[in-house]
Structures are given as C-alpha cells and as structure tokens.
Design a protein around this ligand. Sequence first.
Ligand SMILES: C[S@@+](CC[C@H](N)C(=O)[O-])C[C@H]1O[C@@H](n2cnc3c(N)ncnc32)[C@H](O)[C@@H]1O
Length: 280
Amino acid sequence: MEQGEYSLSEREFARIKARVYAVAGISLSDAKRTLVVSRLSKIVRALRLPSFDAYVDYLERGGTAQDGQDFVNALTTNLTRFYREDHHFDHLRTHVANLMAERPRGPRLRIWSAGCSTGQEPYTIGMDLLGAFPELKRWDFRILATDIDTAVLAKAAGGVYPENELTGLSQERARAFERGGDGMIRIPAAVRELVSFKPLNLIGPWPMKGPFDAVFCRNVAIYFDKPTQGEVFGRFAKMMAPEGFLYIGHSENLGSGGDGFRLVGKTIYQSKEKLNRRAA
Ligand SMILES: C[S@@+](CC[C@H](N)C(=O)[O-])C[C@H]1O[C@@H](n2cnc3c(N)ncnc32)[C@H](O)[C@@H]1O
C-alpha cells in the first residue's frame, strides 16, 4: 500500500465493482484491485471520508453529479494512440472512395467514434480522410466522438498532445500535425472542426439518430461482460447506414449482437441492410 492509500476489504471491492458495473457496464476483474485502490484513494481523501465503504455510502446517498462522474472517470482505461490498428483506416478510405463515387455531388458523410478516449481515434479518421480526399471539405462531413469519461473528452477537445505521440508514425502521417515548437503537436483546425466531442454512456440512452456510414467502437467492449457486449453491438446495427461498416478492437467480437452484420475483414463488419443504389 502506498502512503495515503486506504485499505480495501473484499466487501468494499465488491461494492465498487457492483457500482461501476451498474453505472458504466464496466466489469472489473480481481486483477484491478490495486488500480482501484490507487485511483480511488485520492478521491476518498479529497472528500475527507474515512474508508471506501463510507465513499460508496456517500455516492449511493446522493453525492453530487460531479462525484458520480469522478468515480467513473477514475475507473476507465483510456489507452489509445494515433493510427492504432491502422488497417481499419485503409479500409475506411476505400469505403469513403466508393461512397464518393456513388454520391458525386457530395452529400452527407457521418462517422462515429464510440469510446474515443483522448481523441486520437476520431482525429486519425479526420486527418486520414481529409488528407486522402481534400474535396471532403465541401461535403456535409461530421465525426461524432463520444466517451463516458468527461476528463478524457476535455483533453480531446483541446487537440494538443506531446510530440512523442508521433513515435512510430510514418513521416507522411506525422507531417499532417502542426508543431508548436514547445514539445507539443496540434491537430489542424480543419480537422478539429470536423469532430464533435460529446459525453455518452454506451449502456444509457443514445440521443442521436444516425445513420452512420462507419462506426468505430474499438477496445471499449472488452471492459463489458458478454451480455452487455451483445446488447451494445446489437444497438449499433440500428444506427448504421445501409452497408455501413463497424470497426471493433483486435481482441473483440460481436457475440450475440452480430445478427445485423456480416464479417468482411479482420475485425471489420458490414451492416446487412442493403443500399438502394437507384435511390441513393
Ligand atoms: C481503451 S479506450 C479505447 C480508445 C479508442 N477507441 C482506441 O481503440 O484506441 C476505452 C474507452 O472506452 C470508454 N468507455 C468505457 N465504458 C464506457 C461506456 N459505458 N460508455 C462509453 N464509453 C466507455 C473509456 O472511458 C475509454 O476512454
């Protein structure tokens, strides 16, 4: 135990697990015990509460909305990077090229990054597509980027990252970022303007209508149990444009939520709903 950390009993851990599952669908394994102690101790101390039990009591008896949010923010895992699993972006480029051929006058293109963390995923989508197809600037092209964690969304909206986030990117990809000369890189305004960051809990209501030509929900459902994964992926099926694509993480599958999709590539699924090409 680090100095200033509280001890966590089995019962307290069980209560914390039950709460984060109920509010965020996140299934914490026993391996996350140390993480729970280190992340929540700071909050419990700041609230001047004597124990984790007192903290859960406090949350259950109506701590503020911010207290509830701080609890969730502390227990999410936000690991991400630019061009993560980059075969998805190659596939998306081909899909968008096909859509552009079908919609030559450039109507609407909608992409959803669900569980966007600090923004690297939606910004990669925007940078990659604008780089490949500059004419998209004249399209009604928007990227919706959502996450349950409001702290990562605030960082994402800033669009500023340490330069070492470019490690491993090709020179061509790295050139698309603006350098501040201060050790930081910035997302160009034309890309930032494409992306709307919004808080959204994937196990809560989804207020938007869609349809989305592509949905990225990568490395998010791994934190859910099987029934929750099936439910969330099943809901994506209803949000897809006909023949739109769903991209998921390398260790994920759609489970019971796969009825509306067919597998077309490595962790790439296509909506089974047919596009009426004459009407499109
Ligand atoms: C590991 S990151 C994945 C980021 C990005 N999609 C990628 O693959 O690089 C997982 C994200 O899922 C978010 N998340 C976890 N549970 C969620 C929920 N119930 N609703 C929305 N987002 C959630 C976390 O806050 C976290 O930012």
